[in-house]
Design a binder for this molecule. Structure first.
Ligand code: GLN
Length: 453
């Protein structure tokens, strides 16, 4: 598949041909990366620009948008998310709705109401989640690039499982206007691409202040792509107590990357951080609390397909129990519980304090380091059904979620393969608004390691 950088030089006739070619490839492909593949309908398309695949929780005017949930099936978006308007301004356009975990809650893309997406590198393995469709589409060569969302790793983790690049911007860099909220203080939209330079290009296109999002950062924006510099010599921290919890294949890939970075002239320093179990507890309290508030609007009155009409209570019960899948229901209940009076101080307030602690720990590391290098996941892509409980799945998020709790930017890129040939991804994490350093470091690692697909 041609890269985004190459696609930017195409004429409108070439783009039309490219779209036809892409459409026929998508129709033949069996991994279910696109919702349309799973329900045998025509590919959603909008505009005449370079095609970019769009996760099913980002509003594209006149498209059905469902967050891969039964409760929203048939809902037609009346407006574009700001990121979609930004794509269009740059000569790109929305092309195909990608499959995801219901309401972006999950790490495997198995909880979609349309059915699962397969990992294109091994169909018995998960593509990751929640932006599994976006990552699988790029990895399978049926998308030039895609947009995903990352609340606790949902861009970086599927990118790592599928062997592509995924980037989560600093909180506030990219407008959340028109992106269905899961956890408003954690969500960010970002690119999933074939290489680091394409990620920088797409990041530049979607970023910037947006008055329509009250949490958008009103600061000047300097594009990173024109200033990309892989020759900068950086100080890179590794978190020893994080790395030691990863599988042998991930640890091996990590060491290989550290060696390559040192050889390229970067300085490595060693640090430790808060126990990852505490990070998981904090994330799942904050994320579910916010989710329970955000998903209250899907009640059959304001939004959502209404079910049951014998009385108001029955209508709420039927609408939510038929519309939401089990994982979403579980999280709404957990979130309502931690926010309820009597438990609010014990859980929610305590989690907010630990969140602060995590942010302070990152800030302390960034007084000495330009970047942090970390695994993205403890293992490579697991087989379908490997997680027997929700908790087992939550524990696979140990390396990604603290980045969202601290609002930092991070990028995941493939660096190695395990004994079965499945990709291992690592991530760089930077201080807030230091995306230039993030991309410079990632480009340097990409060159130093020379990952072969
Ligand atoms: N796996 C995490 C969760 O289930 C992250 C999801 C995401 O980033 N959207 O909440």
């Amino acid at each position: 598949m041609i890269t985004l950088k190459e696609a930017l030089t195409l004429t409108s006739d070439d783009i039309k041909k490219l779209k036809d070619d892409l459409t026929s490839k998508i129709k033949q492909n069996k991994i279910g990366a696109y919702v349309e593949q799973l329900i045998s309908t025509e590919l959603s398309q909008s505009g005449t620009g370079i095609p970019i695949a769009i996760k099913d929780n980002i509003n594209v005017k006149n498209w059905e948008i469902t967050c891969s949930s039964n409760i929203l099936k048939g809902y037609i978006s009346p407006y574009n998310a700001t990121v979609i308007n930004n794509l269009e301004k740059a000569g790109l356009s929305a092309f195909g709705r990608t499959n995801m975990d219901e309401f972006a809650m999950g790490s495997t893309s198995e909880s979609s109401c349309y059915g699962r997406t397969l990992n294109p590198l091994d169909n018995e393995k998960v593509p990751g989640g929640s932006s599994g469709g976006s990552a699988a589409a790029v990895a399978a060569g049926i998308a030039i690039a895609a947009l995903g969302t990352d609340t606790g790793g949902s861009i970086r983790q599927p990118a790592a499982y599928c062997g592509v690049v995924g980037m989560k911007p600093t909180y506030g860099r990219v407008s959340r206007y028109g992106i269905t909220a899961y956890s408003s203080s954690l969500d960010q939209c970002g690119p999933i691409t074939q290489n680091v330079e394409d990620a920088a290009i797409l990041y530049d296109i979607i970023s910037g202040y947006d008055p329509l999002d009250s949490t958008s950062a009103n600061i000047s924006y300097e594009a990173v792509t024109p200033n990309l510099n892989s020759d900068r010599k950086l100080t890179i921290a590794v978190i020893d107590n994080f790395v030691s919890q990863a599988s042998p294949a991930v640890q091996k890939a990590f060491q290989k990357s550290v060696d390559a970075l040192e050889k390229a002239g970067h300085k490595i320093i060693h640090k430790n951080m808060l126990d990852t179990k505490k990070i998981v507890s904090t994330y799942y309290i904050v994320a579910t609390a916010e989710a329970s508030a955000n998903l209250a609007r899907f009640d059959g009155v304001r939004y959502g397909n209404r079910k049951g009409d014998s009385n108001l209570k029955d209508m709420y019960i039927q609408t939510k129990s038929q519309g939401f899948g089990p994982e979403v229901q579980k999280r709404i209940m957990l979130g309502s519980f931690v926010l309820s009076s009597g438990y609010y101080d014990a859980y929610y307030i305590k989690a907010q304090k630990v969140r602060h602690l995590i942010k302070d720990e990152y800030s302390a590391i960034f007084t000495e380091a330009d970047l942090i290098l970390s695994p993205v996941t403890p293992t490579t892509a697991p087989k379908f059904g490997s997680f027997k409980t929700s908790l087992e799945m939550y524990l696979s998020d140990i390396y990604t979620i603290s980045v969202n709790l601290a609002g930092l930017p991070a990028i995941s890129l493939p660096v190695d393969k395990d004994e079965d040939g499945m990709p291992v991804g690592l991530q760089f994490i930077a201080n807030a608004y230091e995306e230039q350093t993030l991309f410079d470091g990632a480009l340097s690692l990409e060159k130093a390691i020379n990952y072969i697909k």
